[in-house]
Design a protein. Structure first.
Length: 268
């Protein structure tokens, strides 16, 4: 794992972005950062003098992002981690008088991806307790911050990694990243006008025969029901279900000689 960072050429700008964690003290945060990266399509993790790594807790917190940990590069200095990069961003909530220009994460994403077109780019995250030192920040060309609550802007390391990777993924796919799901959404063709009118006729017939609707005093019940079902934009299968329900009600009424049940109502 302790090898030169090297440059990385790929068709995807996300694959040319290094997530560099400096002086990380807790191995669980390394694993959680790897998980955050994998969910957003980033894979290159570099660790500058981590206190404990490799470590079983890092593997546990990675929750399936084991390959990112297995390929993580442990570096003995920030020089090694930033070698061959063309652009580096210090991720920090603290504003520095002598640091590089500060940019919000969302605004920075476009520039980061554009720079990745020229070569490797680094996102530098500091220690969980003290963050990045001034010297580390000054090695970068931008300071990137997450616009959190000013009264409490301290984010967990992995959460910060997740947010930066998320903004990069959205920007890389022009706010429309591909969505892959194993679930096949249920749908049927929309009901035709004839289907819907037959349903309303059927519904009206059952309401009258059940005693729910007095045809001599219909008031506005049917128009209100049309508005209700119109909002639903009924599909053919849904019409069939509703009409099957009405058929069952009609059979029950026929078994009682067409007499309305005790809950008869004239409607509004």
């Amino acid at each position: 794992m302790n090898r030169p960072a090297g440059s990385h050429r790929s068709n995807s700008p996300l694959e040319r972005i290094r997530v560099v964690l400096s002086q990380t003290s807790h191995p669980g945060n390394i694993g959680a950062a790897a998980r955050a990266m994998k969910t957003m399509g980033l894979s290159r993790l570099l660790l500058v003098n981590p206190k404990r790594f490799p470590d079983d807790e890092a593997v546990a917190r990675a929750a399936g992002a084991d390959e990112i940990l297995a390929q993580a590069q442990v570096c003995t200095s920030l020089d090694v981690a930033l070698a061959d990069t063309v652009f580096a961003c210090a991720i920090s909530a603290r504003q520095r008088n002598l640091g590089p220009p500060a940019v919000q994460a969302r605004a920075a994403a476009s520039e980061i991806l554009a720079k990745a077109g020229d070569g490797d780019v680094a996102l530098l995250f500091g220690n969980e307790t003290s963050g990045l030192s001034n010297a580390e920040v000054q090695r970068c060309q931008r300071t990137v911050y997450i616009p959190a609550n000013p009264a409490y802007s301290s984010l967990n390391l992995a959460s910060a990694v997740q947010l930066l990777c998320y903004e990069l993924r959205l920007t890389a796919f022009d706010n429309a990243p591909p969505v892959v799901t194993k679930a096949i959404p249920f749908a049927s063709p929309p009901a035709t006008n004839q289907d819907i009118e037959r349903f309303y006729d059927h519904l009206g017939r059952v309401m009258v025969s059940s005693g729910f609707l007095d045809p001599q005093r219909p008031r506005r019940l049917l128009p209100k029901l049309r508005r209700l079902f119109g909002r639903a934009e009924l599909e053919r299968d849904e019409i069939n279900i509703l009409r099957g329900l009405l058929d069952a009600v009609e059979k029950q009424l026929a078994g009682r000689g067409g007499r309305p049940g005790p809950a008869g109502n004239s409607g509004p």
